[in-house]
Design a protein around this ligand. Structure first.
Ligand code: DQQ
Length: 468
C-alpha cells in the first residue's frame, strides 16, 4: 500500500511510490531529461539504511518512478546505507559519488551508470576516499555527502563534516574521481560573523558559481537535530571559499532541508529540498513520509539570493479567480477553494495591522499566512491547523525588513498541496511548512485583514491538478 488514500499526501509534489524519502541526491539534467535521486527506504515510512530512489521528468512537473539505483549491500563499503551524494558526467560516463556507511565509518564511494541512468555498478575499489589521516586526531563527527565538480586541472570535491565543534567542508582533488588527495578545509576562517550559527555539522554541501559570485549551500545540523539550510555567498580564490554573506534559504522550522541544485541546459540553477513530515507518520498513515520541494530557480541580484518557482508549474493550473484593487477587512471568502492551489497576490498595507490569506479550512481549524506590517514579518500560523497529530511547529516567521524600514507592500507566491505549504515572498524569501487538519475538510480559502483595511492590489488563484 502506498498511502495514496491519505488526504494529507501531496498530489503534485515528487515523492516515492511508497515508504520514506529524505535528501534529494545526484540531481541532473541528462540527455534532456531531469533526474532526481533521493534518500529512500522503500519498505517503511521511517529512516533506515538508505537506498537511492530515482525519478525522471521531461518537464519538471510530471515525474515517472524508475528502479531504485543504489541498495545497501553486505559485502562492500555500504552495508549500513548509501547516504547522500552527487552525480557527475565523467567524460560521458554517468557517475555517482555517495557516502558508504559501514560499521560506523562514513566514506566516499563511487558507482557508474548505464546511458539511461537505470542500472548502476558500484566500483570494486570502494571506498574511494576516507577521513584523511591528518585529521584522525579530530575524531570527526561526520564525513559525508560528497559534492564534486570539474576544473581545468582535475576533479574537486567537498565532504561535509565538523571541525572544532563547527560545520566545515573538506576539499579534495582527484585526477580520475577514484584517487583523492585531501587539500584543506574549504572555508578558511569562520570570520566576521558570516559563519556564526551555521551549525555544528555541515551536511550536504553544494558549491557553484552564480551570477558572478559563488554560493555554498550547507545544511545546518545542530545539537541532535537537523535545522535549516544556509546559503553562503562569496568569493572563490586559490581553492578556498571566502563567504561575504549568509542568507537563509528557507524560513520554515525543520521542514525544508538538504537542498541540492543543478545547472540545466537553459543555464538555470534549479534547486530541490527535502520536505520533512511534521507529524508522527507511522501513527498517522503507516505508508509514506517525505517529499521533494517544488523546483525553484536561484539567482543573485545585487548580492541578494532570489528564489522563484519554475514557470513550468503553470501547466498545472485549472479553474481560477482574479481580483484587482479589492479592499479586505475581516474574513472574506474567495470564490475558489480546495486542497491543491496556487495563489499569487500583492498586498498593500492600508490601515490593517495584519493581512493575508487563510487556507486549509476545516471546522475550528485553519492556517493563516499573514503579513504583520508593523513587525515587518510574514507569519505562517498553524496553531489552529494541526489537529490531534499535534506538533510543536506552531508559528513560522520570516523577517521581511531590517533596520526599522517601513513595510508597505508584499507579494506572495503560494503553493498548497494538501499537507505541503510552500511560499516565496517578493521573489526572494522562502518559507515551507506542513499542515495536517484533522476535521472534515472544507478547504475554503479566504482573504483576511485585522485591525483595519488592507488592499489586495492583484490576486490570481488557481486549483491545481495532480501529477500522479
Ligand atoms: N541525511 C543523510 C546524510 C545527510 C543527512 C542520510 C541529511 O547523508 O547528511 O540519509 O538529511
Amino acid at each position: 500500500m502506498s498511502g495514496a488514500h491519505d488526504r494529507h499526501r501531496p498530489r503534485y509534489h515528487l515523492l516515492p511510490p511508497t515508504g520514506w524519502m529524505n535528501d534529494p541526491n545526484g540531481v541532473v539534467e541528462w540527455q534532456g531529461r531531469y533526474h532526481v535521486f533521493y534518500q529512500h527506504n522503500p519498505v517503511a515510512p521511517r529512516w533506515a539504511p538508505p537506498h537511492w530512489g530515482h525519478a525522471v521528468s521531461d518537464d519538471l512537473v510530471h515525474w515517472q518512478h524508475l528502479p531504485v539505483a543504489l541498495t545497501p549491500e553486505m559485502s562492500p563499503a555500504d552495508a549500513d546505507g548509501c547516504w547522500s551524494g552527487c552525480f557527475v558526467d565523467d567524460g560521458g560516463t554517468p557517475t555517482i559519488l555517495y557516502t558508504g556507511v559501514r560499521a560506523g565509518e562514513q566514506a566516499t564511494c563511487l558507482a557508474t551508470g548505464s546511458a539511461d541512468l537505470v542500472h548502476w555498478r558500484k566500483d570494486p575499489t570502494n571506498p574511494v576516499s576516507r577521513v584523511p589521516g591528518t585529521l584522525a586526531a579530530h575524531a570527526l563527527e561526520a564525513y559525508r555527502d560528497p559534492y564534486a565538480w570539474r576544473e581545468d586541472d582535475g576533479w574537486y570535491a567537498l565532504v561535509g563534516t565538523s571541525l572544532g565543534g563547527v560545520g566545515q567542508a573538506l576539499l579534495y582533488r582527484s585526477p580520475d574521481l577514484r584517487r583523492w588527495e585531501y587539500l584543506h578545509p574549504f572555508v578558511p576562517a569562520h570570520a566576521d560573523g558570516v559563519c556564526d550559527d551555521t551549525g555544528q555539522i555541515w551536511e550536504c554541501p553544494n558549491f557553484f558559481a552564480l551570477d558572478g559570485e559563488h554560493v555554498l549551500l550547507v545544511s545546518r545540523w545542530q545539537g541532535t537535530a537537523l535545522t535549516y539550510p544556509n546559503a553562503l555567498v562569496g568569493r572563490y580564490a586559490e581553492r578556498r571559499f571566502h563567504p561575504g554573506s549568509r542568507q537563509r534559504l528557507d524560513w520554515g522550522y525543520r521542514c525544508f532541508y538538504a537542498p541540492l541544485s543543478l545547472l540545466d541546459d537553459r543555464g538555470r540553477r534549479l534547486v530541490w529540498g527535502w520536505l520533512q513530515e511534521q507529524r508522527h507518520v507511522e501513527r498517522a498513515n503507516g505508508h509514506w513520509a517525505g517529499a521533494a520541494s517544488l523546483p525553484r530557480t536561484l539567482t543573485l541580484e545585487d548580492g541578494v539570493l532570489r528564489q522563484r518557482f519554475v514557470p513550468e508549474l503553470e501547466t498545472l493550473r485549472g479553474a481560477g479567480v482574479r481580483l484587482d484593487d479589492a479592499p479586505v477587512h475581516g474574513v472574506q471568502p474567495l470564490d475558489l477553494g480546495g486542497p491543491a492551489l496556487e495563489l499569487r497576490l500583492t498586498l498593500s498595507r492600508g490601515s490593517a495591522a495584519m493581512a493575508g490569506v487563510r487556507l486549509r479550512h476545516a471546522p475550528g481549524e485553519h492556517t493563516d499566512v499573514v503579513v504583520a506590517w508593523e513587525a515587518g514579518r510574514l507569519m505562517v500560523d498553524t496553531r489552529r491547523a494541526k489537529g490531534p497529530h499535534g506538533t510543536d511547529y506552531a508559528v513560522d516567521t520570516l523577517p521581511l525588513v531590517r533596520g526599522g524600514a517601513a513595510l508597505e507592500r508584499v507579494s506572495l507566491h503560494v503553493y498548497l498541496d494538501h499537507s505541503v505549504l510552500e511560499l516565496i515572498v517578493d521573489e526572494r524569501h522562502a518559507l515551507t511548512t506542513r499542515v495536517y487538519p484533522s476535521g472534515p475538510p472544507l478547504d475554503e480559502v479566504a482573504l483576511v485583514a485585522n485591525g483595519g483595511t488592507a488592499t489586495v492590489e492583484t490576486l490570481e488563484a488557481w486549483q491545481l491538478g495532480a501529477i500522479w
